[in-house]
Ligand binder design. Structure first.
Ligand SMILES: Cc1ncc(COP(=O)(O)O)c(C=O)c1O
Length: 392
């Protein structure tokens, strides 16, 4: 018989919503705004196929072998260079290659937090960060984030009275809101946390996909030794590669590496060598510019369609980066109740409840424009707008 297992730590979609979202992802005719998926048309498939074949032809011994837990050394160096291009003074030993940004969050939470410690997250936040932050059974507290930024008064009080061990923030291209902190807010965040005993986790998964501004990472500024920067190739190259990284002080990277060893020994050698070879032979920035051009246009299409078709009582603000628009519906409309009705008419989206770590809010939804063509965006938003108007 199976022994008692731990209670679930996540704040998942209710099972019936999860089933619907699975159905939406496999149903051919559905216009799905769910999942915040990168556009599969933008994957550099031919280039990756070519470097994959070359890697196997020329380096199969190394590509199919175990490698160092910290990551394939040439790739660590390439990531360090990428960080330097983003204004962060990083060397190879300050980089840990991880199995996506998601693993980076789990490793940091495991290292920095003890059971009962306080961890602070933004509300709302990236839904899958919440179970990672909860791994060590901390007290999870929330600070409000909206299109205008963070509630700094509340954050300052929390830092003073609750002595949190970890603060998780998405300064640029916040998921799900899509907004970015401005220069003054970035300075304030560093000022408030630099002298605390709190690790600031900067999740920069969408830092390369900015459409309006050009914000550099928090970690590019002075007094940021307490910041662990989390990056990812998922949004720009391919999430299937499962390669992300942490940039931080070499001593912390060494400790995180021990935890990674316990988790999975290393990130797959074949993917790391292939990625390294891709970065050597293809200018990443040119590929990113192509992605930005496509996503900027899709974002415009969605904002235009929302203005045209959504009832006035629904609220949103224009994202400046990332993949999605975050919608607030009137309180009496539950996004979870809306989803099956919308799917009957051929449209899917993510109900926003799992994005709130500390409260139950059911009248929010996330609409991702990233993986839909302009025409489908217009049609899908028109259908959804009519449905919401009918329910009101
Ligand atoms: C803000 C944010 N951080 C991290 C991740 C995880 O990315 P990865 O695929 O690199 O694990 C995501 C994925 O959606 C994300 O939106």
């Amino acid at each position: 018989m199976m022994p008692d297992l731990k209670a679930p730590i996540s704040n998942p979609q209710p099972p019936h919503v999860e089933e619907l979202l699975k159905e939406a992802s496999t149903s051919g005719g559905m216009i799905s705004f769910a999942g915040a998926l990168p556009s599969s048309r933008l994957f550099p498939s031919e280039e990756l196929e070519e470097v994959f074949t070359r890697t196997m032809a020329e380096h199969s011994g190394e590509a199919l072998q175990y490698n160092w837990c910290e990551g394939y050394a040439p790739l660590r160096e390439q990531i360090a260079e990428l960080m330097r291009n983003r204004g962060v003074d990083a060397q190879c030993d300050q980089i840990l290659v991880t199995h996506g940004a998601q693993q980076a969050l789990s490793l940091i939470s495991t290292l920095a937090v003890h059971p009962g410690d306080t961890v602070v997250a933004e509300s709302p936040t990236y839904a899958a960060a919440i179970p990672a932050l909860r791994l060590q059974s901390p007290r999870l507290e929330c600070v409000e984030r909206d299109a205008n930024g963070l509630d700094f008064e509340n954050l300052r009080d929390m830092l003073r009275t609750q002595n949190p061990k970890l603060l998780y923030v998405i300064p640029t291209g916040h998921n799900p809101i899509g907004g970015s902190l401005d220069t003054r807010q970035r300075e304030r965040l560093i000022e408030l946390t630099a002298d605390s005993h709190c690790v600031l986790v900067e999740d920069d998964a969408y830092g390369d996909l900015q459409y309006v501004r050009n914000e550099r990472p928090l970690k590019s500024r002075p007094n940021t030794d307490h910041i662990l920067y989390v990056g990812s190739f998922s949004k720009t190259l391919s999430p299937g590669l499962r390669v992300g990284w942490v940039a931080g002080p070499a001593t912390v990277i060494a400790e995180l590496s021990k935890i990674k060893q316990a988790a999975d020994l290393q990130t797959g050698s074949l993917n790391q060598l292939t990625l390294s070879s891709y970065l050597k032979s293809h200018p990443l920035q040119e590929h990113i510019q192509r992605c930005v051009a496509v996503y900027r246009q899709r974002r415009e299409s969605m904002l235009h369609a929302l203005r045209k078709h959504f009832p006035g009582a629904a609220k949103w603000s224009a994202p400046d980066a990332g993949f999605s628009v975050w919608i607030e519906l009137p309180e009496q409309i539950s996004a979870e109740a809306l989803l099956p009705l919308a799917m009957q008419r051929g449209v899917a989206f993510d109900p926003g409840r799992p994005n709130f770590p500390c409260v139950e809010k059911t009248n929010y939804l996330r609409l991702s424009y990233s993986n839909q063509e302009a025409q489908k965006i217009e049609t899908g938003i028109e259908i959804l707008g009519k449905l919401i108007a009918e329910l009101m």
